[in-house]
Design a binder for this molecule. Structure first.
Ligand SMILES: [Ca+2]
Length: 417
């Protein structure tokens, strides 16, 4: 039994090593052929890896809190080929808060370091080793304080691997709830130039937009909607009969070599999830090639969302040319009506990156006494406002009972959307 430990801010001492050691440091690490262990009620923050079980069987990992891990919160790995040494495990009712960091050098395309809630690696079974009685994930509460991510979990078998978003993870692990998003902090702030898309919000219906229907599809429809929850005023509902069907803006100009932010909002129907097509900002005329340079588009937000969800997508690109361009909106999921709004292409003229301490703070009370914290103890200015992991407003000063810990978020952070 590994019970009720508290671990905070550990990192590998990697000086002199060519490796940063991110795979070495885990809050709790059960190694080869461990079995029948219960890992319960532990709290850990700002570690590379939260709880790592390696070639371990018949183990339960439950009711732990893993906040702000930089690599992964829960990792199970079976890297043997002689026998299956990872079965009969249960990961349940843990609380996980992953992170997104923007990495950006002026003049370059940004990249995003996303930590995963889960890594599940199994050399013999791959994804087939998931499931009740084998390796079950159920009831784990993931708080996506920085919005949805396309790389929610990393699945790896012998010779194949993929990242999946939360809805795909849920499809593989039916007991897993949808992540909660009580609040949203952006990994960076951008200063933007003027909007390039004409009638970006569909205020004038299709007046400034064009449509294309691929003749081999069926079920295509475009329908202006006067209002819909998730839209700002009117939006445009596209039902694709084929993934090549599209809604295209009128042409605009880009500045070659500058950095641009491309955004859209999609509202999924209440009856079905859907997937919007990849970013396609093209040349206005034939051959309608993608106008991003060889580095393509960079982002971390999925293009898929579940029934009834509103998805705000963002991606970054640098144009290869200043030739007239257009936005093409496409939907991968045929015959599912998706409402689109707030289509945007704007040059980025400035930016600032968020650090963890800009929006989050982890506070512990010692085992032998309560602890009271205010803005100063959290590292934030006088008069700061604080919210808890359920999105609830908290009054300061806040008293933590002896032996407890909390993750607090800064309500008045400039990075809050
Ligand atoms: Ca609108």
């Amino acid at each position: 039994m590994v019970d009720s430990n508290r671990l905070n801010e550990a990192a590998a001492a990697s000086a002199g090593s060519p490796d940063a050691g991110n795979f070495l440091v885990a809050g709790i690490y059960l190694d080869d052929q461990s079995s029948h262990v219960v890992v319960r009620g532990n709290t850990m923050a700002k570690l590379p890896v939260g709880i790592f079980i390696h070639n371990t069987s018949y183990t339960t990992v439950e009711n732990n809190r893993i906040w702000l891990a930089s690599q992964v919160a829960l990792w199970g790995s079976m890297d043997r080929t002689d026998a299956d040494w990872m079965t009969g495990n249960l990961w349940r009712n843990n609380e996980i808060v992953p992170t997104v960091h923007a990495i950006w050098t002026d003049g370059q395309l940004p990249s995003f370091k996303v930590s995963q809630a889960f890594w599940f690696w199994h050399n013999m079974g791959g994804e087939a080793a998931l499931g009740a009685g084998h390796n079950e994930f159920t009831g784990n509460r993931v708080i996506q304080a920085q919005g949805p991510v396309s790389a929610h979990a990393w699945l790896r078998g012998l010779g194949n691997e993929r990242y999946v978003d939360a809805s795909e993870w849920q499809g593989l692990n039916p007991g897993e709830p949808t992540p909660s998003r009580p609040v949203r902090f952006d990994p960076m702030l951008t200063t933007l130039g003027p909007e390039q898309v004409v009638d970006a919000g569909f205020d004038a219906g299709l007046t400034s937009w064009r449509t294309y229907q691929n003749p081999v599809g069926s079920g295509y429809a475009v329908q202006p909607l006067a209002s819909l929850p998730g839209c700002i005023g009117s939006c445009m509902q596209l039902t694709a009969g084929h993934p090549y069907d599209l809604l295209a803006s009128i042409p605009f100009s880009l500045r070659a070599g500058a950095l641009y932010l491309y955004r859209w909002t999609a509202v999924m129907p209440s009856t079905s999830g859907a997937e919007v097509g990849p970013p396609y900002v093209s040349r206005e005329v034939s051959p309608w090639d993608v106008m991003a340079d060889a580095k393509g588009f960079a982002g971390y937000i999925p293009r898929r969302a579940g029934a009834g969800e509103t998805l705000m997508y963002e991606s970054y690109f640098m144009p290869k040319s200043s030739a007239p361009a257009r936005v093409n909106l496409q939907v991968e999921t045929a015959r599912v009506p998706v409402a689109l709004d707030s289509i945007s292409v704007r040059e980025i003229t400035g930016f600032s990156l968020a650090y963890l301490w800009d929006w989050s703070a982890v506070v512990f009370a010692p085992g032998d006494g309560a602890r009271t914290v205010g803005c100063a103890e959290l590292g934030w200015p006088v008069g700061c406002s604080v919210i808890g992991t359920a999105g609830e407003a908290l009054a300061l000063p806040l008293t933590l009972p002896a032996g407890t810990a909390r993750l607090l978020m800064r309500g008045d952070s400039v990075f809050r959307r």
